[in-house]
Design a protein around this ligand. Structure first.
Ligand code: SER
Length: 634
């Protein structure tokens, strides 16, 4: 690891000693100071407040190496240069120097410190648009820097290339950085590329912004002069900043494998660098496959495993837990992709813990927060693996069935499999071996189903928060109390394990989603309707109590698991036994109790007037184990 260690050290030393920067610590992958992103995707996230003008305790010139995690490149992982987790060399000027010195520093690092041949470097800059003009300052500075090493650079005119073309003004899609989330600091940028070919680049075949990876992007100088607001406007920042990011793994790749003429064979990837020596050897042993002499597909899967396993260990040590949401979902997806790649490679043995432990041991030397976390993260990993093994078997069986039954498989089918078995769409696609246009159509279709589903559950959770009511009319209020009665009756008639999973109430009907993986039988419906009607007729009182949350939980009040509630909650109790103090109550002392904001009737006999009767209107299975019931007074 001497080479990679010195790459980092040289970078920090240059910035600290020659350019007067102060080294700042490495931050968590769970963003601090920037709620606009799920992960720390660049070294600038922990610095957002300082980029926006707050004074940093260490001054205006900062430097570090930051662990970063990105999902936007996840489909690229497996090629020669992309990662999910990577380390970024970063330096910043917070309202101190601007474009010129920063390009000078960048050039100094690559050409003088790392001894990258400047003839292999190519620069891109922002071409300008109606808001921000062509970056003439960056162009002039690059010209000066290239000329200082005897290169005569020409600026691309957008059409023709010649052998001196070296500086490329490009559109906002290429040369504008950020914000990473919806809002935040951003600005035009200038990227630096390393040409890896044997011959000089033939621009008719390769350009820096293509996907061939013949030009490797090694760094980005962001001229952070704007703040994008919620209203989508770009407000110029009073304090102009520099945000530099350099790709540590890519720089290591070039440094380690470049030939004496500076070229870099396409067979070398970031996974072949010394950064992965131990784990590469281990994985080769475990899989019996070699990183150099295997099929393209096998090499891709080997690389995916290395990338994702490293990412998994970093996410876990930063406290991310596998789940179905946000960061947890990304982690779950990485683990599942690793397992899937393992299957594709035919690795019989379980390998994840062993490989993960190996990454842990390597990085714990550098990252002190890893300390004493090994046991707990292995436990989390093991239980996740066990869960997914079950899912995999079930999901794969279902897919086999499906492909026998149907000629054309749609995104909706795969969404059903995802919802019912938790089997991810991409794995289904791989199992079905669907490629090209069909794959895109299915993904679109799947995403549309997902979008609709999310909208539904978002509405129902907003609904839940407001008690699921469309209004607070008399009719809706009656149906609301009826809903509590119905839930309790379902528990009494079918199972105590039934809970509310969503609700929506209008003046015409109530809708209740519950966890039940079957429909209710006719007999049960009759019993339920009868019981609810009896309770209505009995004239039972409905009372509201404001209780500390733990007290409300202790008395057994219904609430949605995992939902965030305030410290004090209101609880609606139907039929609290006389002479029982709510603070001493338990489930046997009342008919129903629920965390709820109301409104409700005060006595169940207010529910029915005009000779109406409670009736279950219909029921429908809406997804994995959820039954939707509609009911009303008719
Ligand atoms: N924030 C910029 C990037 O990620 C520079 O670090 O490219």
């Amino acid at each position: 690891m001497n080479l990679s260690k010195s790459i980092k050290e040289d970078f920090i030393n240059l910035l600290v000693q020659k350019y007067n920067h102060k080294e700042i610590p490495n931050s968590s992958l769970i963003p601090v100071n920037d709620p606009s992103v799920l992960f720390t995707t660049a070294g600038m996230h922990p610095l957002v407040v300082y980029l926006l003008g707050e004074l940093h305790p260490l001054g205006q010139r900062l430097v570090n190496v930051q662990r970063c995690f990105r999902t936007d490149d996840i489909e690229e992982v497996g090629d020669t240069i992309h990662h999910t987790l990577f380390e970024m060399l970063g330096y910043w000027s917070l309202g101190d120097y601007f474009k010129e010195l920063s390009l000078e520093i960048t050039f100094d690092y690559f050409v003088n410190k790392l001894k990258f041949d400047p003839k292999r470097l190519y620069s891109t800059v922002f071409v300008g648009n109606t808001d921000v003009e062509l970056d003439r300052i960056a162009i002039e500075k690059w010209k000066e820097l290239y000329r200082s090493v005897g290169i005569e650079p020409e600026v691309w005119d957008g059409k023709d290339f010649n052998e001196n073309t070296r500086i490329f003004p490009l559109l906002k899609t290429e040369n504008w950085w950020g914000p990473a989330g919806e809002t935040g600091p951003c600005g035009p940028d200038s990227e630096l590329f390393y040409w890896r070919g044997k011959e000089k680049p033939d621009f008719r075949r390769f350009v820096p912004w293509d996907t061939s990876n013949m030009f490797i992007e090694i760094s980005n100088n962001v001229f952070m002069g704007y703040n994008k607001t919620k209203e989508k406007t770009y407000v110029p920042l009073v304090q102009k900043n520099i945000d530099f990011g350099g790709g540590f793994e890519r720089i290591t790749l070039i440094s380690q494998f470049k030939e004496s003429d500076g070229s870099l064979d396409m067979k070398y990837s970031v996974y072949d660098t010394e950064l992965f020596d131990t784990q590469r050897t281990l994985l080769e042993e475990l899989s019996g496959k070699s990183f150099q002499d295997s099929t393209k597909e096998e090499i891709k899967n080997l690389r995916i495993i290395l990338d994702h396993m490293r990412g998994i260990i970093f996410l876990l040590t930063d406290g991310v837990i596998p789940s179905n949401k946000d960061r947890g979902y990304i982690l779950r997806r990485l683990i599942r992709r690793v397992m899937r790649s393992g299957k594709v490679l035919g690795i019989e043995k379980s390998f994840i813990i062993e490989l993960g432990t190996s990454f842990f041991e390597t990085y714990k030397l550098q990252y002190t927060h890893f300390e004493s976390q090994l046991e707990s993260i292995c436990e989390i990993l093991s239980s996740e693996i066990e869960k997914f093994n079950k899912t995999l078997d079930k999901g794969l069986r279902k897919i086999e069935e499906l492909s026998e039954e149907k000629e054309v498989i749609t995104g909706r089918d795969l969404f059903y499999i995802f919802e019912t078995y938790g089997f991810p769409c991409e794995l289904s696609l791989e199992a079905l071996d669907v490629n090209g246009k069909d794959r895109l159509t299915i993904i679109d279709d799947f995403n549309e189903c997902m979008r609709k589903h999310q909208e539904l559950s978002r509405n129902s959770s907003i609904g839940k928060f407001k008690g699921g009511l469309s209004d607070s009319s008399e009719e809706t209020t009656k149906l609301h109390t009826l809903q509590h009665l119905l839930l309790r009756t379902l528990q009494l008639t079918i199972s105590d394990e039934i809970h509310q999973k969503g609700s929506n109430i209008t003046p015409e009907r109530l809708r209740l989603d519950i966890n039940l993986d079957r429909k209710i039988t006719q007999d049960e419906i009759q019993t339920i309707e009868l019981t609810v009607s009896e309770k209505i007729n009995e004239g039972i009182s409905v009372d509201k109590f404001d209780l500390p949350k733990n007290e409300a939980e202790r008395i057994g009040a219904e609430h949605e698991f995992g939902q965030k509630y305030p410290d004090t909650v209101s609880v609606f109790v139907i039929g609290l036994r006389e002479n029982v103090n709510i603070n001493d109550a338990s489930r046997k002392d009342y008919l129903s109790a629920e965390f709820c904001g109301g409104p409700h009737v005060q006595n169940t006999n207010e529910i029915v007037s005009d000779g109406k009767r409670f009736k279950i209107l219909n029921q429908e299975k809406i997804g994995s184990g959820i039954l939707r019931i509609k009911a009303s007074l008719v």
